[in-house]
Design a protein around this ligand. Structure first.
Ligand SMILES: *[C@@H]1O[C@H](CO)[C@@H](O)[C@H](O)[C@H]1NC(C)=O
Ligand SMILES: *[C@@H]1O[C@H](CO)[C@@H](O)[C@H](O)[C@H]1NC(C)=O
Ligand SMILES: *[C@@H]1O[C@H](CO)[C@@H](O)[C@H](O)[C@H]1NC(C)=O
Ligand SMILES: *[C@@H]1O[C@H](CO)[C@@H](O)[C@H](O)[C@H]1NC(C)=O
Ligand SMILES: *[C@@H]1O[C@H](CO)[C@@H](O)[C@H](O)[C@H]1NC(C)=O
Ligand SMILES: CC(=O)N[C@H]1CO[C@H](CO)[C@@H](O)[C@@H]1O
Length: 476
């Protein structure tokens, strides 16, 4: 998680990242009722879509859920899996949408993650085919492959079902970008907390944490950072041990870990798990570092299940470490470095651009650099010239400033506003850890806010699917 888009983490399970966004959540639960299906299917995928000479293939995993499918002409919902292992089709609000629309739901594991890796080890050389551009092409060729295999199952040729793509977080960005780059292959897109705007120094992440925490809790978290910074030089070893983080030899890695530990509650809709005990400790005049250590051990390491090892650069350098994957995408393509803002930061000012660039260099070697400008040139950032894309964001989610928050014609944007509305709340409900099944909105501090946005996005899905249908009938 350092990367924290998804989270690099370790055992959650909702959907996406290893990087930052999501993956922790993904690994969190292996409860089979958390999935609509876990039965893996495979296709042979092209390793390099952009080389005219290289015809190597690798095996890519996918899933299909047909229980609600209205044969033969129901829509096909492609749920994009992001930067983490994809263990099945998550049983979140997608299950409700499938029922409502009589849709088949399919999910493709992102190349390199989980069981869809072309290589056994992730040396920097082996990672060269890991990019959002290759991943989008994978999705396009999967879309054709699946439509053809469905056609042959139904004993027909040249028929197109209406498709719609979905994704959360990095996968949300892929969802928007898929519609942008392959508009003929989908009727529309939902980009839930889709981070379509790669930013080199993403200081807004920390700022949003502060805003979500509110002035009182923010001031306490800032005080914790100052206390830790003051004690580190003389008492580093025992201080780190208190947090179960003795393995973090590099002080800035430790400070990053402490910042992530706080971030997670805002990202996944649990602000009170952190702010309540910290405010109480402050009122009782307790040692704030001890109170924070208690929270980190019980919640971040305990309940949330983060793995400290993922924060050590020694570990990230090992070619077999799967945490390298998202970091590689970060260090080569999208950055989103969660740096300290110049002013009023929660995290340590040691977490700056230099820290991240050094990490990239240390972990991947000279020559890997986050080409954020090139990425934005390719996709357009918040000026994305797409159409029929719904953008949704949670009001408390530190990632929302990397998404598209302003509506434009044909690309409506909604914000899900509530006290615990975080990353992907529209599809996952809240809070997301401990995991709430089926994207339930009942534990959101304002379920109506979530349900309202769900209604709005459902109207667009309906409209765009029907326009797609009309077009495909008229061309026949
Ligand atoms: C799995 O889900 C079921 C149904 O929601 C629940 O009763 C059970 O406690 C869950 N098990 C675990 C290990 O989370
Ligand atoms: C993938 O390739 C292997 C080896 O060439 C082949 O045996 C298998 O049938 C292919 N799978 C699909 C789904 O085409
Ligand atoms: C598919 O079409 C073929 C040729 O018309 C026919 O023999 C076969 O019974 C059909 N199968 C199904 C499942 O409809
Ligand atoms: C620093 O942040 C505070 C609170 O957000 C703001 O009032 C102040 O104007 C900022 N100062 C500078 C120099 O940006
Ligand atoms: C949801 O709310 C109910 C009470 O309204 C509470 O008992 C339950 O623990 C909450 N679940 C989560 C995951 O917060
Ligand atoms: C659609 C929507 O509500 N967008 C808002 C998202 O958040 C930004 C920043 O807070 C607002 O300026 C937008 O209006």
């Amino acid at each position: 998680m350092r990367a924290l888009l998804g989270f690099v983490g370790s055992l959650l399970m909702i959907n996406a990242c290893n990087g930052w966004l999501t993956s922790r959540i993904n690994r969190m639960s292996s409860n089979s009722s958390s999935y609509l299906t876990k039965e893996a299917l495979w296709l042979n995928q092209t390793l390099d879509h952009f080389s005219p000479y290289d015809d190597r293939k690798f095996q890519q995993r996918y899933y299909e859920y047909l229980d609600e499918f209205r044969i033969p002409d129901g829509p096909i919902f492609l749920v994009i899996c992001g930067e983490s292992e994809c263990r099945g089709i998550t049983n979140d609000y997608m299950g409700v949408l499938a029922k409502k629309f009589g849709a088949a739901v399919v999910t493709l594991e992102h190349r390199y993650y989980g069981k869809s890796s072309p290589f056994k080890t992730f040396t920097t050389e082996n990672l060269k085919f890991l990019s959002s551009k290759q991943a989008l092409f994978d999705l396009a060729s999967f879309r054709q492959f699946y439509q053809e295999s469905l056609n042959s199952k139904l004993n027909r040729t040249n028929i197109e079902n209406p498709w719609f793509v979905f994704g959360i977080s990095y996968a949300g960005a892929l969802s928007a970008w898929f519609r942008l780059k392959f508009p003929h292959l989908t009727c529309g897109s939902l980009a839930s907390s889709g981070v379509v705007h790669p930013i080199l120094d993403y200081y807004q992440y920390d700022q949003q944490m502060g805003e979500s925490a509110g002035p009182e809790c923010k001031a306490i978290l800032q005080e914790v950072t100052q206390l830790v910074e003051r004690r580190l030089p003389s008492d580093g070893k025992s201080l780190k041990a208190k947090f179960g983080a003795a393995a973090l030899h590099i002080d800035a890695d430790f400070m990053y870990f402490l910042a992530d530990a706080a971030a997670v509650v805002f990202q996944y809709g649990n602000p009170d798990k952190l702010c309540t005990p910290m405010t109480e400790a402050k009122k009782a005049n307790e040692d704030l570092v001890d109170a924070y250590a208690k929270y980190v051990n019980e919640y971040y390491i305990g309940t949330f299940g983060v793995d400290i090892e993922g924060y050590t650069q020694e570990y990230l350098k090992k070619p077999e470490s799967t945490d390298r994957l998202w970091w590689f995408q970060v260090c080569s393509e999208v950055a989103f470095f969660q740096v300290a803002p110049l002013n009023d930061s929660i995290r340590s000012s040691k977490i700056d651009l230099r820290y991240h660039l050094d990490l990239c260099k240390n972990v991947f070697g000279e020559g890997v650099y986050p080409e954020v400008d090139a990425t934005n040139l390719y996709y357009g950032g918040t000026n994305i010239a797409g159409s029929k894309i719904v953008f949704t964001n949670g009001s408390q989610d530190p990632w929302r400033h990397a998404s598209k928050q302003i509506s434009s014609p044909n690309m409506p944007a909604y914000i899900v506003t509530c006290h615990n509305c975080g990353h992907g709340s529209d599809l996952r409900g809240c809070p997301q850890s401990p995991l709430v099944l089926e994207g339930n909105s009942k534990n959101c501090s304002s379920p109506e806010a979530v349900n309202k946005v769900r209604e709005q996005m459902t109207e667009y899905i309906d409209l765009w699917l029907s326009e797609c249908h009309a077009a495909s009938w008229s061309s026949m």
